[in-house]
Design a protein around this ligand. Structure first.
Ligand SMILES: Nc1nc2c(ncn2[C@@H]2O[C@H](COP(=O)(O)OP(=O)(O)O)[C@@H](O)[C@H]2O)c(=O)[nH]1
Ligand SMILES: [Mg+2]
Length: 330
């Protein structure tokens, strides 16, 4: 090893000898005192020894495997593109400490996924903040996605918080829908405003709000029908309900188990009536988590609650940390 320095010390830094530090076994006596914060020759050398870089090609190879895993777990394609972009920025051609490559990739992946979620707001505060009663929430989503069940859960929760609630049976289309919501109303001791099957859903919503105003009710929850989301009639019907009811909040309810379909539905309803938030139902049966990871990013709307079962108590505020944990990314 050279006895003298191959490159002069950086001029502005006085070569004040540092006290010998324990545990430092650089094996280069002439440079041993100059490791911390060193610039120039030695730091360049040290960086070469201590760090590595992921090249563009290595990244592509690594990501193609990751991409397969994300697709298999129902993560939407545009979300995969976003994750790829984030990881590329974070990883390609940056020095990474040797032995820390895997850890660095995982940290970058977690950061990227965490960044996909819009932050949720608190419905209870929103209700309290509204001066004029009632606070009106309309629920949209396709048939069987969990709207009526989620409405009943939310009604139960709001009841516990001390709010008076009325339900609007504005799904006048699906067989037994009015009976279903009426049963929930009976169990919860909550009034259900209903018309006959085939009646105009907007009229049901209107009546429920009128009733709410007259009785000083805090919250009106509007159930709606969800025939196929591609059906233009349905979209027009939704728009009419929204025009008439002017809800304070429009919540899309989607089945988390349907993965990409759920994301597509959310997009369609968002385009049609501009949703404010999302409830993901059936999270208790979803192992993949792709919808949870994708739906907020794609719509730019927050996930407010997840449904975790069929009981009234099975509605949880959405928690990014819990989702990360479910995905094995905590
Ligand atoms: N396991 C589970 N089942 C749910 C959940 N939410 C709703 N369901 C069930 O899914 C089915 C359809 O729900 P429903 O509320 O009628 O959907 P709607 O057609 O959108 O009103 C019913 O059998 C519900 O009991 C949930 O979070 N977990
Ligand atoms: Mg229903």
């Amino acid at each position: 090893m050279p006895e003298k320095k191959a490159v002069p010390a950086v001029p502005e830094r006085k070569a004040a000898p540092e006290p010998p530090q324990e545990g430092k076994k650089e094996g280069i006596p002439a440079l041993a005192g100059k490791v911390e914060g060193e610039k120039g020759f030695f730091s360049a050398l040290r960086e070469k020894i201590m760090t590595t870089k992921i090249s563009g090609q290595q990244f592509e190879d690594m990501f193609s495997e990751m991409e397969m895993a994300l697709l298999e777990n129902n993560v939407a394609v545009e979300v995969i593109d976003k994750i790829k972009h984030d990881l590329k920025e974070a990883l390609v051609d940056h020095p990474i400490r040797r032995g820390r490559v895997e850890e660095t990739v995982i940290v970058s992946l977690k950061d990227s996924i965490r960044g996909l979620f819009e932050s949720a707001f608190d419905i209870v505060s929103r209700i309290r903040e509204k001066r004029e009663k009632p606070y009106v929430i309309a629920f949209v989503g396709i048939n069987g996605s969990g709207k009526t069940t989620s409405i009943a859960k939310l009604a139960s929760y709001l009841g516990e918080k001390g709010f008076s609630v009325v339900l609007a049976a504005a799904d006048t289309f699906r067989a037994a829908s009015i009976e279903q919501i009426s049963q929930h109303g009976d169990k919860l001791g909550i009034r259900v405003v209903k018309h006959d099957y085939g009646a105009d859903p907007a009229a049901v919503a209107f009546d429920a709000i009128k009733h709410g105003k007259a009785k000083g009710i805090d919250v009106v929850l509007i159930d709606t029908a969800g025939r196929m989301h591609s059906n233009a009639d349905l979209v027009n019907e939704m728009k009419k309900i929204m025009r008439v009811a002017k809800p304070d909040l429009k919540i899309f309810v989607g089945e988390s188990i349907t993965g990409n379909d759920c994301v597509e539905q959310a997009k369609t309803f968002n385009d049609a009536v501009s949703i404010d938030g999302i409830i993901l139902s059936k999270a208790d049966v979803d192992e993949k988590g792709g919808a949870a990871v994708s739906v907020s990013y794609v719509t730019k709307k927050p996930i407010l609650y997840i449904g975790t079962g069929q009981d009234y108590k099975d509605l949880r505020p959405f928690d990014v940390d819990a989702v990360m944990e479910n995905l094995g990314l905590a």
